[in-house]
Structure formats: C-alpha cells, structure tokens
Design a protein around this ligand. Structure first.
Ligand code: IMP
Length: 183
C-alpha cells in the first residue's frame, strides 16, 4: 500500500461488512423476484454510486431483466449536497409499459429520487419502484420512501460498495463511515 492510499484508509470505520451486504442483496432480489413473478423488470441504475449494488442485485433476480442507466449529480466535491439535481445522462430507451425499478446507492435527503421519480412517472411505466441499498431517514427533506431497502443507517457519511467521497473509496468491499481530520 502506498502512503497516499494508507492515509485515505485511516479515517474509515466499517459499518456494514461485505458478507452482510451480500446476504441482504440476495434477500432484496428474492423479494423483487416474488413481487414481479412471471414478469420482466427493467432496472435503472443511478450512476455512479449504484453500479456495484445493481450488478450484484441483478444477478440474484430470478426474472427476465433489462438494464438502463441515468446519471445525476446533487453533490459537489465534498460531503454536502448542493440541493439541486442535474441530469447528465438520460435513458437509452423508452420505459412505457415496463416494470421499472430505480436502483440507488443511498436515499438521503430524497431530492435525487423525488426528481427522478417525477421524470420517470411522466414516461408511463407500468410500475415504478425504488430499491436503495442504504436509507438515512433522519436526513429526509422530501417525502419519499424506497420500496426495497438494504439497510437503514444513522446520519453518517458513508463510502464503499460504490459510494464515494470525491470519487475515492468506491472500490471498498465494506460500507464504511468516513471521518475527516478537520471534523
Ligand atoms: P439525496 O438526493 O440527498 O437523497 O442524495 C442522494 C445521493 O447523494 C446519493 O446517490 C449519493 O450519491 C449521495 N450521498 C448521500 N449520502 C451519501 C453518503 O453518506 N455517502 C456518499 N454519498 C452520499
């Protein structure tokens, strides 16, 4: 490990271990498979944070599936949300008549998912559900709930398993709380 990556890791505390995440992802996938038995589900991953959750989740879903992605940003370079959501990448194909599951890494203030749900509802999906790996309900400013939640977590800034701080840490296998020296 070089000195830079060592110092990057020294402010991390494991919150959710890889094995617990894997187990929960399987449980969420089973629930989705039960809820949509005999039907196709169209997973929409919210880039970039949801990519790892989505790739594990879809492999555990026992249904006909398809994938698309949207890219949004509500966070700048630090830990604070800008409060404004910007769409950087739209879907490649229509979702009209499809069972859509919006797959997100974390439901925090709810601004991102409320914005995306508004946009997607207008496109007339058959169903629109939300699957969020993590839920921080204490931070919510928009009245929105996920249909499938991996874990409810306290108000801490977390990284790993796709979640980043300034583009770092997405590759951690565990979800960890990040504290920075100035805090
Ligand atoms: P919301 O719009 O406030 O619900 O925020 C959703 C987005 O903010 C997520 O998709 C993440 O990209 C980012 N975010 C919120 N909380 C955290 C966190 O604890 N760690 C890393 N990213 C976070």
């Amino acid at each position: 490990m070089n000195p830079a990556s060592k110092s990057l890791k020294s402010h991390l505390k494991v919150l959710l271990r890889r094995a617990a995440i894997q187990k929960r992802v399987v449980a969420v996938a089973r629930q989705i498979s039960r809820d949509f038995r005999g039907e196709r589900v169209h997973l929409i991953g919210v880039l970039k944070g949801a990519c790892i959750f989505l790739s594990d989740l879809i492999r555990e879903i026992d249904l006909d599936t398809s994938i698309d992605f949207m890219a949004v940003a509500s966070y700048g370079k630090g830990k604070q949300s800008s409060g404004q959501v910007r769409l950087y990448k739209d879907l490649d194909t229509s979702i009209e008549g499809l069972n859509v599951i919006l797959v997100e890494d974390i439901l925090d203030t709810g601004l991102t998912l409320s914005y995306l749900c508004r946009v997607l509802q207008q496109r007339k999906p058959k169903a629109l559900r939300i699957a969020a790996l993590l839920d921080k309900p204490s931070r919510r400013v928009q009245n929105i709930k996920a249909d499938y939640v991996g874990f409810t977590i306290p108000n801490e800034f977390v990284v790993g398993y796709g979640l980043d701080y300034d583009e770092h840490y997405r590759n951690l296998k565990d979800v960890c709380v990040l504290t920075l020296p100035a805090e």
